[in-house]
Design a protein around this ligand. Sequence first.
Ligand code: ZN
Length: 121
Amino acid sequence: METLRPGGDDLRCTSCGGAQRARDLDRMLWCDGCVALARARARRIGLLSGVVVAAGLASWIYLVQRPSAMLIGGWIGAVLATLWLVARAATELSYGVLRARWRSGSSWSIRAAPGRSRHSR
Ligand SMILES: [Zn+2]
């Protein structure tokens, strides 16, 4: 396991194990790179969840409700609002889960090789 030296200036990120200065780690002792990776992964999961739920809602509206041309704008608004809300909620939820369930070697762990950060956007 990682060795933490309270008061020392060099700690190890509990996610990737890279040595970091204490002020560069957050309260869960994650470095900026790992936090960014977890956020990016949570955003992808959240967006995917939003798209899946919104697509389900849209097909339910299309097949069951059979919207008239007059009301289609409202239905589209409802689908977009659902997409936004679900994506937001799922992003926060999956970010929390990613952080809370981190275990060394688990599929949930975020790996950021020190000095080789993979930033998508
Ligand atoms: Zn890290």
